[in-house]
Design a protein around this ligand. Structure first.
Ligand SMILES: [Zn+2]
Ligand SMILES: [Zn+2]
Length: 373
């Protein structure tokens, strides 16, 4: 350690034992993985602080350090226990006491299986009634040959000799922070406390293996892109005695040209020639239920809309009452007119009255003007 111990803890050379302890506790709290999990240097910083505390909290070692510096400590046979700890978790459990040094680490017992995420795509029309889709995914599953116990069927399983069936190996050390019990999973039985005499030939004694699974997933009506369906317990198998993870199926709803989804509603833009917008017309449109017809009323303005009620989509988790399919009219002004056509336009123009020119406001600009009024 190159940095001065007093500097590391931020205390003066005349600091009392209480002040040193207080300073170290403060640093420890700041570097705790639950608070500071994003700092990759936290472990090194904590070890540095722990070593400083280890020395300065011991009257004899502090004296040696004050008189002869770090080299004097080394000559006196000092070696930091803080540096010997395997991980920051061990350090914190030593300092804060107990195996459960804090939420989020120091976990004991078999690990639960991990979650799996898969994606599927469905058509917009599938949103109407929901759909049943097959999904295929790779998963770590309980070995079917040995049913997860890791032994070739019909062969005996013995209690692990190394850990006596406990599944973990314990060691006790006396440190400046108090007596510390370290427990690590047994490396012979991998924490299970039992060892098969003849390991399963399919999974090599692990009790689990990689496999491909196919599952039918019911996609509910009204689902939207990006929503996920959770199938509890269909994820990776956990270690023996621990639950499996979950399967998350993320649904993408395929986009359909000219059918924009707006919650429960669908929106389609319908181009209408200006002449037809003036005179009115009937046009064929496509809906999720097939072909249908909508009226273009005479005098239709740009941006005006009409709707086919109940031809939209249902809402997830509610009744099957559907939204509307809305049609927005995009009035297209004819261009590149011939001389004859221009003559007709001029003739029409000359006949237009004030009432023709100021129709009852509706459509895009009518709405715009109303909101400003
Ligand atoms: Zn097996
Ligand atoms: Zn063992």
């Amino acid at each position: 350690m190159s940095r001065d111990y007093y500097e590391v803890l931020g205390v003066s050379r005349s600091a009392t034992e209480g002040e040193i302890k207080k300073a170290f506790r403060k640093i420890a709290r700041e570097l705790h993985p639950d608070v500071n999990g994003h700092d990759p240097d936290a472990e090194e910083k904590f070890k540095e602080a722990a070593e400083a505390y280890e020395v300065l909290s011991d009257e004899k070692q502090r004296q040696t350090y004050d008189q002869y510096g770090p080299d004097g400590l080394k000559q006196g046979g000092f070696s930091s226990q803080a540096q010997g700890f395997g991980s920051i978790d061990d350090l914190f459990s030593a300092f804060f006491g107990g195996a459960a040094g804090g939420a989020g680490f120091g976990r004991r017992g078999p690990a639960p299986g991990a979650d799996i995420g898969v994606g599927i795509e469905i058509g917009l029309e599938d949103v109407l009634d929901g759909v049943s889709e097959e999904v295929e995914f790779d998963v770590v599953a309980t070995c079917e040959h040995c049913h997860g116990n890791g032994a070739e069927p019909g062969t005996p399983i013995h209690t692990c000799e190394k850990c006596d069936g406990a599944g973990e190996l314990r060691s006790v050390a006396n440190t400046a922070f108090g007596q510390m019990v370290r427990a690590v999973p047994c490396d012979v039985c991998h924490g299970e406390g039992k060892v098969p005499e003849t390991p399963c030939g399919v999974c090599s004694g692990l009790g689990r293996n990689h496999t491909s699974k196919t599952l039918k997933v019911d996609v509910p009506a009204g689902i939207e892109s990006g929503q996920r369906i959770r199938i509890a317990g269909a994820g990776h198998a956990g270690e023996p005695g621990a639950p499996s993870g979950d399967l998350y199926v993320e649904v993408a709803v395929a986009e359909r040209e000219n059918m924009i989804r707006d919650g429960k509603d669908l929106i389609t833009v319908v181009p209408v020639d200006a002449t037809r917008a003036m005179s009115g017309d009937t046009v064929e449109v496509e809906t999720l239920d097939g072909e249908d017809e909508i009226e273009i009323p005479p005098g239709t303005q740009p941006g005006a809309e009409t709707a086919l009620k109940g031809k939209g989509l249902p809402q997830l988790g509610t009744s099957k009452r559907r939204g509307n399919h809305r049609f927005v009219f995009n009035v297209v002004i004819p261009a590149n007119l011939s001389e004859d056509q221009l003559k007709l336009v001029n003739e029409l123009d000359e006949t237009l009255t004030e009432e023709n020119r100021r129709p009852k406001e509706s459509g895009l600009f009518g709405r715009f003007r109303r909101t400003r009024a």
